[in-house]
Write a protein that binds this ligand. Structure first.
Ligand SMILES: NC(=O)c1ccc[n+]([C@@H]2O[C@H](COP(=O)([O-])OP(=O)(O)OC[C@H]3O[C@@H](n4cnc5c(N)ncnc54)[C@H](OP(=O)(O)O)[C@@H]3O)[C@@H](O)[C@H]2O)c1
Length: 249
């Protein structure tokens, strides 16, 4: 087992959903957590929850799309705790729509946050992990990073990019720098992700789906992340494909 008590993590998208649940779970396991997102009021609430449970967290205002914001956030965490052992690249969005609706600003926003944002945080954290000769990077892909669904074409393209990048990253920095890379591919998780869908038909479809099946909770994904983070040091859980039992598609 890898003892993560006293380690330092950076969690992007920690203001809600999977990120918030994972930040809490890491803190409960004794990890000092950098809580990164744009909505710092939410992060302050989470920090207070963590403190109530005896954990330690640092609020970091970060827009993953802006490299300067990311670099400043990483510096703040390293200045406070002296290391970064775990990076959870989790920030993302999924405004579904059909391609012929040409919601191009939503397409580009997904590319910016889901792909470029993840590259920005990886680039900002890697020098620290390379210097430490240790670390664990978790990248959030999706079932949509394994196959394609109608209405999710651009989202699927961004998540396929995350899956591909994660595999290449693992090959390049695993043996050379002793850094583990885990690509997480969840199915349906009950979070605020669906609230950003501006297409009324797809929004209704997601609401109907939530009534028909039991979605995962953020805490379910957090549990799998802790499992991979706590695996023995020579074990790299390269992929975590986690679905609700009744998600047959
Ligand atoms: N829910 C699912 O069914 C599901 C399934 C597979 C994969 N995923 C993936 O899981 C990840 C987390 O999503 P979630 O379901 O937990 O949704 P969520 O509750 O909507 O959380 C998304 C998080 O991303 C952050 N974020 C968005 N844009 C950002 C930016 N520019 N800079 C920094 N942070 C930003 C948000 O924080 P701020 O708005 O405060 O910045 C928020 O904390 C995403 O990558 C998503 O694609 C979700």
């Amino acid at each position: 087992m890898t003892d993560i008590n006293g380690k330092v993590a950076l969690v992007t998208g920690a203001s809600s959903g999977i990120g918030a649940a994972t930040a809490l779970a890491l803190a409960e396991a004794g990890v000092k957590v950098g809580l990164a997102a744009r909505r710092t009021d939410r992060l302050e609430e989470l920090k207070a929850d963590i403190a109530k449970k005896g954990g330690e967290a640092l609020v970091i205002a970060m827009d993953v799309v802006d490299p300067a914001s990311v670099e400043a956030g990483v510096k703040k965490l390293v200045d406070a705790y002296g290391a970064i052992d775990i990076l959870f690249n989790n920030a993302g969005l999924m405004p579904l729509s059909d391609i012929d609706q040409l919601k191009t600003s939503e397409w580009l926003r997904m590319v910016d946050v889901n792909v470029k944002g993840l590259l920005n945080t990886t680039a900002a954290v890697l020098p620290q992990m390379i210097q430490q000769h240790s670390g664990h990077i978790f990248n959030t892909s999706s079932i949509a990073g394994r196959k394609v669904f109608k209405g999710l074409s651009v989202y699927c393209a961004t998540k396929h990019a995350v899956t591909a990048f994660s595999d290449g990253l693992r090959m390049e920095i695993g043996e050379k720098h002793n850094i583990r890379v885990t690509c997480i591919q969840p199915g349906a998780v009950a979070t605020e992700l669906y609230e950003q869908i501006t297409d009324a038909g797809y929004r209704q479809q997601m609401d109907d789906l939530a009534k028909q099946m039991t979605f995962l909770q953020g805490a379910d994904i957090a549990g799998t992340i802790l499992f991979a983070a706590q695996a023995p040091a020579h074990v790299n859980v390269a992929e975590l494909f986690v679905l609700p039992v009744d998600q047959s598609w």
